[in-house]
Design a protein. Structure first.
Length: 266
């Protein structure tokens, strides 16, 4: 099937109000399409488009500020999908379609985070970069609240089906805005994110891994007042024990004991 200049691939996901498909434009660009199930369901995609547009606008402002201040870019833009277009499609009974791209990563390298979690266990250091990406993504909303002089940050709810992951490339991409909530402190959401990683990661007897496991336990028990604080504490531990260097995605199938790695370039 083709919609405008996009060749639509097979169905890859279903939500209550829309279906998700991969696509490729005539010029070879890979995209994600969300197609409303009915005309009325288009309201959900309009809200989704508005939220991603707002997020992208703020990230661009932040990147410009960072470049002007210190000549660097933290690349928050790599952490979420970017809305390319949103339209009513006459050939689909005027159902709304949102089209997204994923910066600096091919869409066919991304898989649902929920699927990877279901099939595998991961080692401690692999879990660290995933947790770090999650903390960094949510801290973006704290920065936006400061920029807008808002009293409270407005966070997306943590739902693993809203994320895609590229294990080899160490990329985590938020691509679906299920809902959001306002909170003065991030404690409960830090607890939820940390608990998810705690249940997935396998920490060994190495003292450094045990210290990381203890930090995870503390995140799960008490949370932190902000994701920025949690992110900072996590990477202080990383710097102390391992330094900032690439660690291959290390995993094993559920119920097995043999570890496997996925290296860059494979």
């Amino acid at each position: 099937m083709k919609v405008r200049n996009i060749e639509v691939g097979p169905l890859i996901g279903v939500a209550p109000s829309f279906r998700v498909y991969p696509g490729k434009t005539d010029d070879g660009k890979s995209v994600i399409l969300k197609v409303a199930k009915t005309f009325e369901d288009g309201d959900v995609l309009m809200k989704d488009a508005s939220r991603f547009t707002r997020l992208n606008t703020f990230e661009k402002e932040l990147a410009k500020f960072e470049m002007e201040q210190n000549g660097s870019n933290s690349h928050y833009d790599w952490l979420f999908a970017h809305l390319e277009s949103s339209f009513l499609e006459p050939t689909q009974n005027d159902r709304r379609i949102n089209v997204y791209t994923t910066p600096e990563i091919e869409i066919d390298k991304l898989i649902p985070l929920s699927k990877l979690r279901l099939d595998t266990e991961i080692d401690a250091r692999t879990s660290i970069w995933i947790l770090g990406r999650l903390f960094k993504f949510y801290s973006l909303f704290e920065l936006r609240a400061v920029s807008e002089e808002a009293v409270y940050p407005k966070y997306p709810f943590f739902w693993i089906d809203d994320f895609l992951i590229a294990p080899k490339e160490h990329r985590l991409v938020y691509y679906n805005y299920s809902d959001e909530y306002t909170s003065f402190y991030a404690n409960e959401e830090v607890k939820a994110v940390s608990h998810y990683i705690k249940e997935w990661a396998v920490c060994g007897n190495d003292p450094a891994e045990q210290e990381y496991s203890n930090l995870l336990d503390d995140f799960v028990k008490t949370g932190r007042e902000s994701f920025a604080k949690a992110h900072r504490e996590l990477y202080e531990l990383v710097e102390e024990h391992w330094g900032f260097k690439y660690h291959p995605f290390t995993h094993r199938d559920q119920g097995t004991i043999i570890w496997n790695t996925i290296e860059k370039g494979e």
